[in-house]
Design a protein around this ligand. Structure first.
Ligand code: URA
Length: 218
């Protein structure tokens, strides 16, 4: 069962950010230009989680500013959103050397920062971009090809796993689908969830139990 979010009121996000910006908890501190904390709006209803900063992000201090970020912005635009309506963060906040995969101990060292960002935001929708973010949020070893196309529940948030934009830029097919087509479908699902009335204004639904079962695939 994914961690229950703690109360947003208990999170001093500015203090957590300040701690992150001077973090030396793992080996990545030695090679970074700067810590890459977040882009967009940490008060929004929508949170995107990527993997790790790359070359451009490390230089500029902002997630998804390279080619993958441009694709993300384009897909956001197609559902009439932009970075003012979403926050964009990564599982780890420092660039791994040569853009290698994040290691388990690096993910664990960085965990409190991402957990604090999620708890502070209490987003309605979390979009996990690729394997690392999906596994972090679902607390499962599931791969993105199998996870995408389903919605999951994490506390009050609906989780929509999708491909990492870098995979879409590489092209090819995964599990018989093109990642860019799959991402477009998944972004439409995000739009649909955001367009639903917030839970507190919704009338009680008789088959709520069935609905939540469908979301709770793990
Ligand atoms: N890829 C990521 O996962 N995050 C970034 O910030 C940029 C590229």
């Amino acid at each position: 069962m994914p961690n229950a979010p703690s109360s947003p009121a208990l999170i001093d996000i500015d203090a957590v950010r300040a701690a992150a910006l001077s973090c030396t908890k793992c080996r990545l501190a030695a090679g970074r230009t700067q810590v890459v904390w977040a882009a967009g709006n940490l008060e929004a209803d929508l949170l995107f989680i990527g993997e790790a900063p790359g070359f451009h992000e490390d230089r500029e201090g902002e997630p998804f500013v390279g080619a993958a970020g441009q694709l993300l912005d384009k897909l956001l635009g197609e559902i009439e959103l932009d970075r003012t309506k979403a926050a964009i963060v990564n599982v780890i906040k420092c660039r791994p050397p040569s853009n290698r995969d994040p290691q388990e101990d690096e993910i664990e060292a960085c965990r409190p920062y991402l957990e604090a960002q999620i708890d502070h935001m209490a987003p309605r929708v979390i979009v996990t971009l690729g394997n690392f973010a999906t596994r972090f949020i679902l607390e499962s070893s599931v791969g993105i090809t199998r996870a995408r196309g389903h919605k999951y529940r994490r506390g009050e948030a609906t989780v929509v796993p999708t491909f990492h934009p870098a995979a879409a830029l590489r092209g090819g097919r995964f599990g018989g689908v093109s990642p860019i087509d799959a991402m477009r479908q998944d972004f439409r699902v995000v739009r649909g969830v955001l367009d639903e009335p917030p839970p507190e204004t919704r009338p009680p639904v008789e088959d709520d139990a069935a609905a939540s079962e469908q979301l709770d695939l793990f």
